[in-house]
Design a binder for this molecule. Structure first.
Ligand SMILES: NC(=O)C1=CN([C@@H]2O[C@H](COP(=O)(O)OP(=O)(O)OC[C@H]3O[C@@H](n4cnc5c(N)ncnc54)[C@H](OP(=O)(O)O)[C@@H]3O)[C@@H](O)[C@H]2O)C=CC1
Ligand SMILES: O=C(O)C1=N[C@H](C(=O)O)C[C@H](O)C1
Length: 243
C-alpha cells in the first residue's frame, strides 16, 4: 500500500510559484492538487503555499481559516497586525520571508553581528538588498528580517533608513536591477576594519525546496510559526559548542 501523500495547493504561478510547482511535482510524498494564478476559491488541502502578491495574502488567510487548510506564506510585503490572534490554534500558518536555510542561518549570525556592533558606537551595521528589476516590494522581506535581527542585537539601532543614518538608524540600501534572484549583505563598517556576510541565491530552486520543507514541517501543526522555527531543527545543533 502506498503512503498517504501530503496534499498541496499553490497560490501564484509566477517566478516563485512555478518553481515550487516544478519541485513539488518531483516529490513523491507530495500531491499538488491545484495551482491558481488569480482570485479563486479552491478546495481544502493539507497545506497551501502562498507565492502570490502582498495584496492577495489577506484573502488567502481568510480562505485557509474557512477551509481548515494549513498555509505557508512565502509572499512578502504584506502587513497583518492581527495575524496571531486570527490564527490562534485554528489552523497552522507559517510565515517565511525567505525559504533558504542559509538565510535562516544568516539571520542568526546577523543578530550576533548586531551584538558585536553594540560594543562600539563607531562600528556601523548596515544592510544591502539587491533583487531583479521586477520585484514589487522594497525593502525585501528578507532585508526586513535581517534588519530586525541586527537591531535586536544592537539596541541603539531602532529603525532603518535609506538616507543619511542618524545614530539610532540602520542604513539599508535597496537595488532593483537586472535578473538577480536575491542577494543580501549584512555588514559592519568600523574605523579600522570591516566585516561582511553575503548570501546570493543562484536560482529559485533553493526557495522552492525550502517552501516544500516548510509545507512538510507545517502539516499537522496548529498556530502561527516562522520559517526560523522550521529551520531550527537543522540549525540548533550547529550552535552547540562554539568554544
Ligand atoms: N519566501 C521566499 O523565499 C520568496 C518569496 N518571494 C515572494 O513571493 C512573491 C511572488 O514573487 P514572484 O513569483 O517573483 O512574483 P510574480 O509576479 O512572478 O508572481 C506572482 C503571481 O501571483 C499571481 N497572483 C496575483 N494575484 C493573485 C491571487 N489573488 N491569487 C493567486 N495568484 C495571484 C500573479 O498573477 P498576475 O501576474 O496575473 O497578477 C503572478 O503570476 C513575492 O511577494 C516575492 O517577494 C519570492 C521568492 C522567494
Ligand atoms: O521577490 C523575490 O524574488 C524574493 N523575495 C523574497 C524577499 O522579499 O526577501 C526572498 C528572496 O530574496 C527573493
Amino acid at each position: 500500500m502506498s503512503a498517504v501523500r501530503t496534499t498541496i495547493g499553490i497560490f501564484g504561478q509566477g517566478r516563485l510559484g512555478a518553481a515550487i510547482a516544478q519541485a513539488a511535482a518531483a516529490a513523491p510524498d507530495l500531491e499538488v492538487v491545484w495551482t491558481v494564478d488569480g482570485p479563486a476559491d479552491p478546495p481544502p488541502v493539507d497545506v497551501a503555499l502562498d507565492a502570490s502578491t502582498a495584496a492577495a495574502v489577506p484573502a488567502h488567510l481568510e480562505w485557509a481559516l474557512a477551509t481548515g487548510s494549513g498555509l505557508v506564506i512565502g509572499a512578502t510585503g504584506w502587513e497583518l497586525p492581527d495575524l496571531a490572534a486570527r490564527v490562534g490554534d485554528r489552523i497552522g500558518v507559517l510565515t517565511a520571508p525567505n525559504f533558504s536555510l542559509a538565510v535562516a542561518l544568516m539571520a542568526r549570525l546577523a543578530k550576533v553581528l548586531g551584538r558585536f556592533a553594540a560594543l562600539d558606537p563607531e562600528l556601523d551595521p548596515y544592510l544591502l538588498d539587491h533583487h531583479h528589476r521586477l520585484k514589487a516590494d522594497a525593502p525585501s522581506g528578507t532585508a526586513r528580517r535581517l534588519a530586525a535581527a541586527l537591531m535586536e542585537g544592537c539596541p541603539r539601532k531602532t529603525e532603518t533608513t535609506s538616507g543619511t543614518a542618524a545614530p539610532h538608524q540602520l542604513s539599508l540600501a535597496v537595488l532593483r536591477a537586472g535578473a538577480e534572484f536575491g542577494t543580501h549583505t549584512v555588514g559592519l563598517d568600523g574605523p579600522a576594519e570591516t566585516l561582511t556576510l553575503t548570501h546570493q541565491a543562484r536560482s529559485r530552486l533553493v526557495f522552492a525546496q525550502g517552501a516544500l520543507r516548510a509545507a512538510r514541517w507545517l502539516k499537522g501543526r496548529k498556530g502561527l510559526h516562522t520559517f526560523d522555527a522550521c529551520a531550527a531543527e537543522t540549525l540548533d545543533p550547529l550552535f552547540g559548542d562554539l568554544s
